[in-house]
Design a protein around this ligand. Structure first.
Ligand SMILES: Cc1cc2nc3c(=O)[nH]c(=O)nc-3n(C[C@H](O)[C@H](O)[C@H](O)COP(=O)(O)O)c2cc1C
Ligand code: SF4
Length: 589
């Protein structure tokens, strides 16, 4: 079986994209297709299956002609997504996660789809997003699926995705003509543009906050010829959707920022890693790239500069949060499982195909383009000395006006709550599940790397919400997204879920809460990448700040023995179905 897959060369490095394209044509990935692909690429069937089985959006079994995925972020739940999914399953006579016997349909939950400001949302066959679900919409979706009505004939309004820009500052509110920022950067020259970046003190917007000028300098100075610029558009952190809007409204600026980075570091190849949930953006983005080529803003001799050749290609992710971690992302770009690499060496020296690579967030590239136009000193004059410029926040949850809010760094959390119409707020989860949970007495704190850092999510919870359930949703998210490579995270996240579910069922005691503390300590220093290291952040914060939410779930107060490693490992074996002893867990204890 050989499927026509026109967009990518038949090379092992394209494996994830070839699998994705084959599945778009066939609906799933039969073994015969995998075998034929393995043969063509000179790989073993085991290698191809190993990659295909890693990604949630690649299916080794049929999933039905209609594949419905409900976004399962906590903000979708607040809006009633669980009841809506149960309703759709009942109407279609299908159990969640299973395909109906006639092979027509399957319905399942998925991680956040990046539409928290207009949820509850779902994906149909991954290409089509339905926003603002309600009971009426769900009933009609069931009818359309039963009658096999093509999606093109469904009401267009269902697929409307709003940008919801509620507060614009310099990034969202200043128009830059295509080519303007690039011309400014090229007029300065690469070295002077790098100086501007360092003067701006811009720090990466993907979460870690590494200085962008320093990263570009390290990449520029790294030995090797074929440097690479990668745009991290994986945006998998639940509650974050700013990159979706930037790629919808300001994609020219994102590509321009990438091209400026290419001029500085000396790259000829650019890659965008677009999360699978944003598949619907692929065609418009490819068309824009073509327009930029036609305008000599990409391709050979950009803006007439002989020797400055740079082009951008887009790879689409396949449903793995860990692929947002830059080294896992590079593995995925190379057609492999998204397992984070051991570092050093860092991507700036040894990245995509071993070449020096700078990986930056979508918002970082936008900021770089503005810095090219206005200069580094202008950017450094906004925000605080340690956190320069503005930050875009994806605001969702219990507030009147969810959407994007851009503020200079240093803005009070309380100010954002006032602006978005939040009332009676109990807590804000800043930076998503891997970020920090802020309680009401901290609303005077400021968004800044030196106070409350963030990659962009701002989820609001009012006093009617159970913060234990919020933390439990996040615990399930991390257990689901753990890539399984290292034991502390694979086993630890599963143990956390087990304890949280036990508490939720009313069978837990204080001992379980203590064990959650212990697990946090064990996992924090022992995991291979940031996913495992931050997996317990929401637990730690909510136990410390919202202890009564946990106490309400306790069975009774009775004595239990202290942390018993053997018992924990036995639970771990049951949960993970693995026999290997949790060696890291043992060592750490
Ligand atoms: C589990 C995990 C997921 C991540 N997801 C993203 C993401 O979706 N987008 C992003 O830009 N950075 C993400 N990061 C951070 C990247 O590893 C990297 O620091 C970032 O892309 C660098 O860009 P910046 O310097 O512009 O911030 C993630 C990190 C971890 C550990
Ligand atoms: S910490 Fe978790 S996600 Fe990261 S490598 Fe280990 S198992 Fe994978």
């Amino acid at each position: 079986m050989r499927a026509p897959m026109p967009n990518f060369p038949r090379h092992p490095h394209s494996l994830v994209q070839l699998l994705r394209e084959a599945q778009e044509l066939q609906g799933w990935l039969p073994r015969t297709l995998l075998a034929s692909l393995a043969h063509e690429l000179g790989l073993t069937l085991g290698q191809v299956e190993g990659v295909a089985s890693f990604y949630r959006f690649l299916h080794l079994r049929p999933v039905g002609r209609w594949r419905v995925l409900f976004s399962d972020n906590i903000t979708d739940r607040l809006l009633g997504s669980q009841a809506l999914m149960a309703d759709l399953c009942a109407r279609l006579r299908v159990r969640p996660g299973e395909m109906r016997a006639d092979g027509r349909v399957s319905v399942a939950p998925t991680s956040c789809t990046g539409l928290c400001d207009q949820g509850p949302a779902l994906l149909i066959n991954q290409h089509h997003v339905v926003t603002r679900l309600d009971a009426q919409r769900v009933a009609r979706i069931a009818e359309y699926i039963e009658s096999d009505t093509p999606v093109a004939q469904w009401p267009a309004a269902w697929f409307r995705i709003d940008d919801n820009i509620q507060r614009a500052d310099v990034l969202l509110g200043t128009a830059v003509a295509p080519g303007e920022a690039l011309a400014a950067a090229l007029a300065r020259g690469p070295a002077a543009m790098l100086d501007e970046m360092k003067r701006s003190n811009l720090r990466g917007r993907g979460g870690a906050g590494f200085a962008t000028g320093t990263k570009w300098e390290l990449c520029r100075n790294a030995p090797g010829q074929a440097h690479v610029v990668v745009c991290n558009a994986d945006e998998g952190e639940p509650g974050t959707f700013k990159d979706r809007v930037l790629l919808t409204r300001h994609a020219d600026l994102v590509f321009e920022g990438m091209t400026i980075a290419a001029a500085v570091v000396g790259a000829s190849q650019g890659l965008v890693y677009l999360r699978g949930e944003y598949r619907y953006l692929l065609e418009p983005l490819r068309e824009l790239l073509q327009r930029r080529r036609d305008a000599k803003l990409l391709g050979p001799a950009i803006q007439g500069r002989e020797g400055f050749d740079f082009d951008i290609d887009i790879h689409v992710g396949a449903g793995a949060y860990v692929c947002g971690e830059e080294s896992a992302l590079i593995e995925s770009l190379e057609g492999k499982r998204g397992t984070p690499r051991i570092r050093p060496p860092f991507p700036v020296e040894h990245g995509y195909l071993g070449r020096p690579t700078t990986v930056n967030n979508v918002e970082t590239f936008c900021a770089a383009a503005h810095i090219a136009v206005q200069g580094g000193a202008w950017w450094a004059g906004i925000g605080t000395p340690k956190s320069t410029g503005t930050k875009i926040h994806s605001v969702s949850g219990d507030c009147e006006r969810p959407g994007l809010y851009e503020y200079p760094f240093g803005t009070r959390i309380g100010r954002i709550l006032e602006d978005c119409g939040a009332q009676d707020t109990q807590a804000v989860q800043v930076g998503g599940p891997s970020g920090v949970c802020i309680s009401a007495f901290e609303f005077g704190r400021r968004i800044a790397f030196e106070d409350v850092p963030t990659a962009g999510a701002f989820m609001v919870f009012d006093r009617s919400r159970d913060m234990f359930e919020v933390a439990r949703n996040f615990a399930h998210f991390f257990a689901h997204e753990s890539c399984g490579f290292c034991t502390p995270c694979r086993v630890g996240t599963a143990l956390v879920v087990k304890r949280m579910d036990k508490l939720a069922a009313g069978h837990g005691s204080r001992h379980d809460v203590d064990v959650l503390y212990e697990l946090d300590k064990l996992m924090h220093g022992a995991t291979h990448c940031g996913l495992g290291a931050s997996a317990c952040n929401p637990l730690r914060d909510t136990i410390a700040k919202f202890r009564p939410a946990y106490e309400r779930h306790l069975k009774s107060l009775y004595f239990e023995p202290a942390f018993d490693l053997d018992a924990e490992l036995s639970v771990a074996r049951q949960v993970t179905g693995r026999d290997d002893p949790a060696s890291h867990l043992e060592t750490a204890t």
